[in-house]
Design a protein around this ligand. Structure first.
Ligand SMILES: Nc1ncnc2c1ncn2[C@@H]1O[C@H](COP(=O)(O)OP(=O)(O)OP(=O)(O)O)[C@@H](O)[C@H]1O
Length: 360
């Protein structure tokens, strides 16, 4: 389904000198495609979520979130309600079945009542539980989260710190260590694997820094690459993306489309493809034709042919809508960092050793 597309009509030079209401601007110039319009007319779901997910609080004793109006902090504290975690401790005190289920699996068998802030046995529906994320740098909270995955039946925080022989540890870190949850660095591997899927590059760099500060490297964990390898070559993300086109697929597309080109299209196609083969040729070609005459089809055929040779072809257009129609297309402003307000002396904002400079 084609999503919402914004037709830009405003005068960008005025941004900053007058009040710019981005939301009004968005709705005023809102383009609804035919497929989206029919989707909305038939009231199809815009998004679904299956199975439902119950988010589970993970907080240290007395550190749960309390929401209060200004000046009513004391009252809010007195009437503080259970969180999903303290509610789990409570039901474990009275319900023998609840005591057999760990916190992360609890929503599959028990239902959280949002108004009474209590758990009750689930009668219908499939719901899975997800504990809020904790950063390893938070230490105690991180290890509490770890213990909550493995220790069913806790009726208070102290129970979570209890060892099998009844000894109560002073911290969650100590409990996790003594119960053997950290023996093989498995938690670190899990943490890195999870980070690879969901963390931002900054968060990943922080994790890497944390590993280094403990004298470890990725290569210390099975299945992770040794990034100290001297011969390893790193491509920038930009370059990497451009090299990801599958040559076989691009060849099939180029061959198929080439056979369909009409004589005018074929004439331009041959000229441009021949020019790309001579790498010193810097000729600019302009293709003109009425709407629907096959210009975009021609561009995509040329792009596929160049990419089928393992070479890089940058597809750019002056508007987002036009760029969408080109395979791997971007707006020229975005790709080449062209300033929005330009003067005679404007230049593209590309620094010398950047990934973009390298790509170009
Ligand atoms: N040689 C061809 N063989 C088969 N289909 C073609 C050919 N050329 C164009 N088409 C088809 O014709 C339709 C219109 O072509 P296209 O979108 O490329 O035109 P355009 O000139 O870029 O239009 P506009 O200027 O409105 O963007 C598309 O569905 C395209 O796939």
């Amino acid at each position: 389904m084609v999503g919402l597309q914004k037709a830009e009509t405003s005068d960008f030079s005025k941004i900053g000198t007058k009040v710019y209401n981005e939301i009004t601007h968005y709705f005023d110039a809102w383009y609804v495609s035919a497929s989206e319009a029919s989707w909305r007319i038939f009231h199809y779901d815009l998004h679904t979520h299956s199975p439902a997910i119950q988010r589970l609080a993970v907080h240290l004793p007395g550190q749960e979130q309390v929401i209060y109006s200004e000046g009513k902090a004391q009252q809010a504290l007195q009437h503080n309600k259970n969180t999903t975690l303290t509610g789990w401790f409570k039901i474990d005190q009275t319900n023998p079945l609840a005591r057999t289920i760990s916190y992360n699996l609890f929503p599959e068998h028990f239902k959280w009542n949002q108004s009474s802030h209590t758990w009750a046995p689930r009668k219908k529906g499939k719901v899975i539980g997800r504990l809020y994320r904790a950063n390893p740098a938070e230490e105690e909270r991180f290890f509490l989260r770890l213990l909550l995955h493995h220790c069913p039946g806790a009726t208070c925080y102290e129970d979570l710190r209890k060892l099998e022989d009844g000894t109560v540890c002073t911290t969650f870190i100590e409990t996790a260590m003594r119960r053997g949850f950290l023996q093989h660095d498995e938690e670190c591997v899990e943490c890195l694997t999870e980070a690879a899927d969901i963390a931002t590059p900054t968060q990943i760099r922080l994790l890497f820094q944390l590993l280094k500060s403990h004298g470890k490297n990725l290569a210390d964990f099975p299945g992770f690459p040794n990034i100290d390898e001297p011969n390893i070559s790193f491509k920038s993300n930009l370059l990497h993306k451009q090299c990801q086109y599958k040559i076989e697929y691009q060849t099939v597309v180029a061959d198929k489309n080439e056979s369909l080109l009409n004589s005018d299209q074929h004439h331009v196609y041959q000229k441009v493809v021949d020019a790309t083969e001579q790498h010193t040729n810097t000729t600019a070609y302009f293709v003109e034709g009425p709407g629907g005459s096959g210009k975009t089809f021609l561009y995509n055929t040329i792009l596929a042919r160049i990419r089928s040779k393992g070479e890089i072809a940058q597809a750019v257009a002056s508007s987002g809508i036009a760029a969408e129609l080109l395979n791997g297309g971007r707006t020229a402003h975005s790709r080449f960092k062209i300033p929005i307000s330009i003067s005679e002396t404007s230049t593209c904002n590309i620094s010398r050793n950047s990934a973009l400079a390298n790509l170009i």
